[in-house]
Design a protein around this ligand. Sequence first.
Ligand code: PLP
Length: 400
Amino acid sequence: MSTNFARRLSSVQPSATLAISQRAAELRAQGVDVISFGVGEPDFETPLHIREAAKAATDKGSSHYTAVRGMPKLRDAICLDSKKRRGGQTHSPAEVVVSVGAKHALFNLALALYDEGDEVIIPAPYWVSYPEQVRLVGAVPVIVETSDESGFRMTPEALEKAITKKTRALILCTPSNPTGSAYSAKELEALAEVARRHNFWIITDEIYAQLVYGGFEQKSILEVAPDLRERIIIVDGVSKTYAMTGWRIGWILGPKAVATACDTIQGQSTTNPTAVAQFAAIAALEGPTTELVGMRKTFDERRHAMVEGLRSECGFSCRMPEGAFYAFPSVKSLIGKKAGDVVLSDDIAVAKYLLETGRVAVVPGTPFGAPGYVRLSYATNVTLIREGISRIREATAALR
Ligand SMILES: Cc1ncc(COP(=O)(O)O)c(C=O)c1O
């Protein structure tokens, strides 16, 4: 029996965010009361009308294959929703492919667009799966550093510098996981201006687009640069907006040829996403928005509790994010400090210490391409946020 694995496996890292959740789950199983700021999903239940729509679909026998790229009714709903939210920019259902979550939609794109050796520009801090998916298909992630001072947003100068003859795509994420930073219309225009002088795909992951706070005006690069439409691919889905992570429905909206390519790939891999989940997604897109508005308001209150607590109680430097549900403070002030005989040498050691000693799960910044930072999800209630902050304060006060 052969024990060899494909070469591509050696270039891929397992998901770091899942590793922390697993360790937190192990500690919980041992009876340790851990507060988790590790997870990347809303703690809310999927709204009732969405669950009811899925039940009704099951009862009506929706147990068959659908079109590979998703049911026409769902793709119609996606086009309408996108037009409403993206300044009237339209897509036809032939320009949409619905997949098994936005992660799957991104992986289809990687398979469809990148050849071996192609370069894909990814601003750091980045969502952990972007570079790994690029590597999985033999392409090369080109990481562009951003700074706390620039709000973790890539400048047009930095983008220009990263472009080579091999550049095949740019992946933008706004609002971002892990930083919660979002680009303003003006900043997107400046990036589009650079892109105009070159020729590469612009993939814009807008999965958190409806979770923005404090009056921030969310824009898609498609709205500010509609002339680049033939190169722009939007990634979106119901997971974060409607508390539907487990239903696994995400999609792309892009040029027809890209949609056809993703359809071909999906037709030879997963086929359609689950039929019942597609019915649930239609209900999400077409139904009342009351719960979405309520969830957004609650996230905003938690955002303040988390960021203000990290600043005032723990003494961390932490920018107020525009969107998503993550705070991304610097823990550089803790690096080099000692817990007993153990030196906290980096953010990974800090996260381990906070978990083992403080009983708080946070995700280190290194796997997001941001050493010296940690990510805390505030998709949990304010009481737990306050308790978690006070545990972090106590644990860090014990460091020498
Ligand atoms: C930036 C970003 N894009 C895509 C995804 C994947 O979403 P889905 O659960 O729909 O696959 C996530 C999930 O964590 C994310 O944070």
